[in-house]
Write a protein that binds this ligand. Structure first.
Ligand code: NAD
Length: 360
């Protein structure tokens, strides 16, 4: 089969890790007889440097006309880069928000899975880890406080900043439906996370999730406050199957979940809408602190490419092959520096890509 993939390498370690994911996709193409056509587009800081904006209309249209989009990461050092002290709509991360909105990708899926081989890298105690964990965080992606009105003003000589958090019931319903569909393919348990003891938007969230739940009687739904969820993730991560939550809570909780897997460099993610077109990217950022050193872990991006094969192209066997190749390489003891442990062999970004490609 033939697919057109828009590739956004982005900033920082983005170009290094995406190159490795493309290497693995090429290995899949040659083994299974597919053709992947790549069109590279700029987004983030590199687009600001080239065009003055984080995402051009043309780049967005290329993404829209593709079968899928593979992304590295965008952004520079927070608070200390040439792209930071500019209007919010001209920062690298604005490209990210614009492409999610432009492609109508309202659901972000982030698996948090503990590889057996990386149990020692998990910062939790063995008795907390237990049998390990395998959860998916479903985060609403195009609404909430990141998309609300915001401004800073001076009132009576005092600076005051405002960010609006708004959700309508349709936005909540469509992400809830996606979460229930995913739960049906997994262990049929959803924990819906909110702050309903304080926020109106969370009360609406709870009400709509309850309504949607009626169509999925096999799925067990529990409500959990976000502060409790943050604690439960490190106290008993094995209890979770699907965590369903709004944009900002999901942003924070998914980073927490990524840390307990042992490395942020291992976590993939998919952003989906109502069509097959998806945006696939690692859960981590552009890691400017290690950019250009050939030490970044490319596995999160490679596993994101596997999700692309599964969700956008319906190539389940090929996705399984990539995931199995990652597990094999870990079992054989190869590690990038972020997940390195005693007795293992340390490899570079490019070597990790080569090893995984060879085992597809
Ligand atoms: P980050 O995820 O880039 O880095 C956090 C820490 O994890 C760093 O120490 C980094 O070296 C390490 N790390 C991240 N990915 C790694 C990998 N693949 N291998 C090994 N180590 C890895 O988060 P940050 O430092 O808060 O943000 C840096 C920049 O990335 C900022 O500009 C931020 O806005 C941006 N960002 C972009 C995205 C995205 O493009 N989707 C997401 C989050 C942050």
């Amino acid at each position: 089969m033939e697919f057109n993939i828009a590739v956004i390498k982005g900033d920082g370690i983005g170009p290094e890790i995406v190159t490795e994911a493309m290497k693995v996709l090429d290995a899949v193409a040659s083994k299974y007889g597919h053709k992947f056509n790549y069109t590279q587009i700029l987004m983030g800081g590199c687009s600001i440097d080239a065009y003055g904006v984080p995402l051009t209309e043309e780049a967005l249209n290329t993404a829209k006309n593709s079968d899928s989009v593979l992304l590295g990461a965008v952004g520079g050092n927070v608070g200390n880069s040439k792209w930071y002290d500019v209007a919010p709509n001209l920062r690298p991360e604005a490209g990210l928000l614009a492409i999610r909105k432009g492609l109508e990708l309202f659901a972000n899926i982030r698996p948090a899975y503990l590889f057996d081989e990386l149990k020692s890298a998990c910062p939790l105690k063995e008795d907390v880890i237990g049998e390990g964990f395998d959860m998916v965080i479903m985060r609403e992606l195009t609404g909430g406080i990141y998309f609300g009105e915001r401004h800073t003003e001076e009132v009576n000589g005092v600076l005051k900043a405002t960010d609006m958090l708004t959700y309508d019931e349709n936005e909540i319903r469509r992400i809830a439906v996606k979460a229930f569909e995913i739960a049906m393919k997994r262990n049929k348990r959803i924990v819906s996370v909110d702050k309903a003891n304080v926020l109106d938007s969370s009360r609406l969230w709870r009400k709509v999730v309850r309504e949607v739940a009626k169509d999925y009687p096999e799925v067990t739904v529990t409500d959990m406050l976000v502060d409790n969820c943050a604690m439960q993730l490190v106290m008993n991560p094995g209890q979770f199957d699907v965590i369903l939550t709004e944009n900002m809570f999901g942003d924070i909780l998914s980073d927490e979940a990524s840390m307990i897997t042992g490395s942020i460099g291992m976590l993939s993610s998919a952003s989906l809408g109502s069509t097959k077109l998806g945006l696939y990217e690692p859960s981590h950022g552009s890691a400017p602190d290690i950019a250009g050193k050939n030490i970044a872990n490319p596995i999160a991006t490679i596993l994101s490419a596997a999700m692309m094969l599964r969700y956008s192209f319906d190539l389940d066997t090929e996705a399984d092959a990539v995931e199995a190749a990652v597990r094999k390489v870990l079992k054989e003891g190869y590690r990038t520096v972020d997940i390195m442990s005693e007795g293992c062999t340390q490899v570079s970004t490019t070597e990790m890509g080569d090893l995984i490609s060879a085992r597809v």
